[in-house]
Design a protein. Structure first.
Lengths: 490, 102
């Protein structure tokens, strides 16, 4: 195989600009920025970082859908290009929120690590060979561990980082062992060659072990029960904008990564979940993870009094629905899953952005502290209203259309008499449960009067306000015109 | 001299992986957990090298070089997190880390 370097550079100019931007941010802060005030350093770092993200987005979209690159090691298909664009937008929103609200030291390092994480996500979205995929996943994960522990003044942040690191490290080890078994079985680390070799040699006990190991890592990355234990602690302890990135872009990139691995690569070991011809395979395991996540997430969220932990349990519940989308991707393609994950990411970044602004203003993390938000800051209350309703899946917001597309695809996938059909119904019923805890948040924010002594206005920094409005606007527009995002798949 | 076959290597690496896994689950000291985590990575490395030898392709060997680099980066990040935590809490025992509840 001869390497076509111009083609390679053309396809990855976006990633190159991210890495270059990271170096520029660090270099600027080291030379010019260190003489300035902390506020100016934050602004300069975020503007430089935002410019790098924007140029990566423009370059990535200009390259467009070109198919396999470098002999099939990367796949720039609609899913890859769409995921790349979405993670860059989500990372950009995170940076804008950080610019207005962060009270952290070391602004340049924070922005540089966000850019590194974005590079990792963007490579995860297109990697198709096991080695490249693993490297991309680790680049993203290691950056996120650092981001989770970035606030060195709060013990909770370090504790969250440690928990995230230990769970993440273990899941990476599982994934790696699964990969090494797959390599041993098939003699190749190329997804298409693995698929061909598996189809030729049939199933074996070793293949089942490899599958289970890969699925453990998948469950961790998607925060699916029973591998969800890290999520509430990390979402609660990490700095709010780090949590936003962990909850949104990381999830989207992880789902793309595993859909790419499971359907084309391990397609032979799919199994069947229809009742009449049930056969074991990864589909059955993913169905179990999905059912457990729907139950644990929705019922766990009912008991939460902390807004961040509530968002974490809601993330687990959404992971259950997203896994349904992963299963349905076999017949419906990745479009419904992608739409759901991208719009869920937007709503989550927005919700965590509201949390970040509130915490910067000294308003506590409990749901009860939201009381009277509509009077203290109509902008925050309005944005929170849109984000929460989109998470709940209320039309005409984008969250509704994402849920609708995924459930319809799941019902089409196996019909009514199959596990996916039942799961889709369970998810629809549990959405009613979910509505209760989402409305509890909105009731505090929009109906309850402000507590005595805590009724001053909350100032929203300009950049954060812009990011929140942008996310809310995107949710409304994509809800009304979903084809704007889905047209890349046609 | 007894010739070790592929099964020997795979069994050994599976054993190392299981030892590492139980180390992560059962030990209470963060540093020991961290060492067990590295053991799990090394187990996969051994399996990759053995498969590479017996498959007759070089992919596994190349994979291992990258894993060694990743493991080094992971050590750097992990130890930094443990040091940051120790500065705040003066402990590295996992059962004393329970600040994050409700």
């Amino acid at each position: 195989m001869t390497t076509n370097y111009p083609e390679l550079f053309c396809a990855f100019a976006g990633e190159a600009s991210l890495v270059l931007g990271m170096l520029v941010v660090l270099g600027y802060d080291l030379t010019v920025g260190r003489k300035r005030s902390p506020t100016e350093r934050w602004q300069a770092s975020c503007i430089l970082g935002g410019a790098a993200l924007f140029s990566a987005l423009v370059v990535g979209l200009r390259v467009g859908v070109v198919g396999p690159v470098l002999g099939g090691e990367f796949m720039l298909d609609a899913l890859g290009v769409g995921t790349r664009a979405a993670v860059l937008v989500l990372a950009g929103l995170t940076l804008m929120l950080t610019a207005g609200t962060a009270r952290l030291r070391n602004p340049a390092e924070f922005v540089a690590i966000v850019l590194l994480a974005a590079t990792g996500f963007s490579l995860m979205a297109v990697a198709q060979q096991l080695l490249v995929a693993f490297l991309a996943l680790e680049l993203a994960s290691l950056s996120l561990y650092v981001l989770a522990g970035f606030d060195k003044t709060r013990p909770e942040s370090a504790e969250a980082a440690l928990k995230y690191f230990l769970f993440g490290g273990m899941s990476a080890a599982f994934l790696l062992f699964g990969f090494s078994l797959l390599y041993g079985l098939t003699g190749s680390i190329d997804t298409s060659a693995i698929a061909a070799a598996l189809a030729a040699q049939g199933s074996s006990p070793l293949l089942s072990v490899a599958l289970v190991m890969v699925l453990v890592a998948f469950g961790f990355k998607a925060a699916a029960a029973p591998f969800h234990l890290w999520a509430p602690d990390v979402y609660q302890g990490a700095p709010a904008t780090s949590a936003a990135l962990i909850a949104s872009a990381s999830k989207l990139a992880g789902l793309t990564f595993f859909v790419r691995l499971l359907w084309p690569g391990l397609g032979y070991a799919t199994g069947d979940v229809a009742l009449r011809h049930f056969s074991p395979g990864w589909l059955a395991v993913v169905a179990l993870l999905s059912a457990a996540s729907l139950l644990v997430g929705n019922f766990g969220a009912l008991a939460q009094s902390n807004l961040r932990r509530l968002l974490a349990y809601s993330a687990i519940a959404h992971a259950g629905a997203l896994l349904l989308g992963v299963m349905a991707a076999g017949t419906a393609g990745p479009a419904p899953l992608y739409f759901y994950a991208a719009t869920y990411g937007l709503a989550t970044v927005g919700a965590f952005g509201v949390v970040a602004v509130l915490e910067a203003a000294g308003v506590g993390p409990q749901i009860a502290d939201l009381a009277g938000l509509y009077r203290r800051s109509p902008l925050l209350a309005g944005c929170l209203f849109i984000f929460i309703l989109s998470l709940a899946g209320i039309p005409p917001l984008a969250g509704f259309f994402g849920k609708f597309a995924v459930f319809a695809a799941a019902l089409n996938f196996g019909g009514l008499a199959s596990v996916t059909g039942w799961l889709a119904f369970a998810a629809i019923f549990l959405s009613a449960v979910a509505l209760y805890y989402y409305l509890r948040v909105l009731k505090q924010a929009l109906v309850a009067p402000p507590a005595p002594g805590a009724d001053g206005r909350i100032a929203v920094p300009g950049a954060a306000a812009l990011a929140l409005l942008l996310a809310a606007l995107l949710l409304v527009v994509l809800g009304v015109f979903p084809s704007l995002l889905l047209q890349i798949f046609s | 001299m007894i010739h070790a076959g592929l099964n020997t290597y795979v069994t050994l690496s599976a054993l190392l992986f299981v030892i590492g896994f139980f180390g992560v689950l059962l030990r209470k000291n963060t540093l020991v957990i961290f060492m067990s985590l590295e053991l799990m990575l090394v187990a996969s490395t051994l399996a990759l090298v053995a498969f590479s030898r017996f498959n007759g392709t070089l992919d596994g060997n190349v994979f291992v070089f990258f894993i060694l680099t990743i493991a080094a980066a992971e050590v750097a990040v992990g130890l930094a997190i443990i040091v940051a935590l120790f500065r705040m809490r003066r402990t590295v025992q996992v059962d004393e880390l329970n600040a994050l509840k409700h």
